[in-house]
Design a protein around this ligand. Structure first.
Ligand code: FAD
Length: 299
């Protein structure tokens, strides 16, 4: 059944940026709806341990942090919807934005777009097929839902995410091989040190991946990461963490004018190139909510 909803403000994306915006908008008494295609919390769900967010002196796991966000939204009775927005348009006659999903239509006067990032693919032979078969992943959250234990996992990448994912999965006694292109890891040295100290993690530098393959051995599927130097790394699962790109929703709306008028805001990792942090995203969410509220309420 098609739902046609009308709110003053629609926030798309319930990661830290969108949650912060929705919370601040609600504090102004505005009628806000928060839409996300996945669970509340966004990318932070994948973080092993968040140690730099104020108010948590002993740190907090990504999953727990997401529960806190959910609790905060519930406490303030913020309307949340699980839905994927596939297109944005502008209805001139009604002076409103329209966010469409496959089934529903959300109409609003102002719009916060906090859709974060999407994982970069390597686009190598075998990659898509393994991904479709649930053997290759781009984020660990879905793997952790299935309670992976004692598995061989090959992680490709050398940034913060690759090392953080490795430490996260090694905590469950999985055997991790981090495969990197060079020896110059892009990750925070602290994470590299923790990975190096773990007996469950091996780092294999200077490897350029050529393709992925799978073979069946006694009812078991084994994955093979083939490198250009003819190495073959065998694993039960593969996790690709080679960077993330902005995740824009298709739209023909010329947003510049509306951004200047404080009716539309793009916030969070979506617009932050190298400075992707929860505090930065949530700060941007709060600031954009203040600007939108000033505009709507004329304060
Ligand atoms: C492994 C790892 C560890 C990290 N550790 C830390 C840390 O310790 N400290 C720190 O500050 N930061 C950390 N970060 C970074 C932090 O997670 C991000 O900066 C933060 O989550 C960005 O928030 P955001 O709201 O901008 O975007 P996101 O968290 O990416 O949220 C975007 C949301 O939009 C939704 N969405 C996207 N498209 C649509 C659509 N079309 N329709 C509906 N919904 C949509 C997505 O489902 C998602 O929930 C870490 C990141 C990773 C990967």
């Amino acid at each position: 059944m098609m739902v046609n909803k009308k709110n003053q403000v629609a926030v798309i994306g319930a990661g830290p940026a969108g949650c912060a915006a929705a919370i601040q908008l609600k504090r102004y008494g505005l009628d806000v709806i928060l839409i996300d295609k996945e669970k509340i919390g966004g990318l932070a769900r994948n973080a092993n341990f968040i140690e730099n967010y104020l108010g948590f002196p002993k740190g907090i796991s990504g999953v727990e942090f997401c529960y806190k966000l959910e609790e905060h939204l519930k406490h303030l009775e913020i309307e949340t919807v699980k839905d994927e927005i596939t297109n944005l348009s502008w209805d001139k006659s009604q002076d409103q934005f329209v966010a469409n999903s496959k089934k529903n239509q959300y109409n609003c006067k102002s719009l916060v777009i906090a859709t974060g990032t999407k994982p970069r693919r390597l686009s190598l032979k075998g990659e898509e097929e393994l991904w479709k078969n649930g053997l290759l992943f781009y984020e660990p959250a879905k793997m952790l839902e299935k309670l992976f234990f004692n598995k061989k996992i090959a992680i490709i990448g050398s940034g913060d995410a690759a090392f953080d994912y490795a430490i996260n999965l090694a905590n469950r006694e999985n055997h991790i091989t981090i495969i990197t292109r060079t020896k110059d890891y892009k990750s925070l040295p602290l994470l590299v040190q923790r990975a190096t100290e773990s007996k469950f993690i091996t780092i294999k530098p200077n490897q350029v991946i050529k393709e992925f393959a799978a073979k069946k051995e006694k009812e078991e599927v084994l994955l093979i990461v083939k490198t250009k130097s003819k190495e073959e790394i065998v694993a039960d699962f593969i996790l690709v963490a080679v960077g993330r790109d902005p995740n824009h929703i298709p739209s023909e709306v010329k947003f510049d004018k509306f951004v200047k008028e404080n009716r539309v805001c793009f916030v969070g990792d979506l617009v932050n190139k190298n400075e992707r942090q929860i505090s930065i995203s949530s700060g941007q969410g709060i600031r954009c909510a203040m600007r939108i509220a000033e505009e709507i309420l004329n304060i």
